[in-house]
Write a protein of this length. Structure first.
Length: 127
């Protein structure tokens, strides 16, 4: 069974916003996940799709991979907090407001589904 993962670091969005998109694809087949990301209206979906394609490419490079991309599914995905950029915005009466520009680290792991072998029942004479 093949397991591969890919990570994109320092993506300019918050981990909470990215987590909403990752919830859409968790547990789905790779093709279904890519189509869901393609039609998602969230801007971070483009970055998640890029990481998912990278994870699939990493799985294809392994020796134990069977060659069928349709058997891959998103086994786990997470969005961890990255470093935040702190900025200062001038405010009235000599004050200042703080702006936090958040980043996130996206991780997507894909796993190959176990191949199901169906047993064929032997049909004998007289049945």
């Amino acid at each position: 069974m093949v397991r591969a993962e890919a990570t994109a670091k320092y993506i300019r969005t918050s981990a909470q916003k990215a987590g909403l998109v990752l919830d859409l694809i968790r547990g789905k087949d790779v093709n279904m996940a890519l189509s869901a990301l393609q039609f998602s209206r969230k801007s971070v979906a483009r970055d998640v799709a890029k990481v998912l394609r990278s994870a699939v490419a990493n799985a294809q490079q392994q020796d134990a991979f069977g060659g069928d991309v349709a058997r891959l599914f998103v086994s786990s995905c997470c969005a961890n907090n990255g470093p935040s950029q702190k900025r200062v915005r001038p405010a009235p009466m000599g004050r200042a407001f703080r702006i936090v520009k958040r980043t996130t680290h996206l991780t997507v792991a894909v796993t190959e589904r176990a191949q199901v072998i169906k047993a064929v029942a032997a049909v004998g004479k007289g049945q």
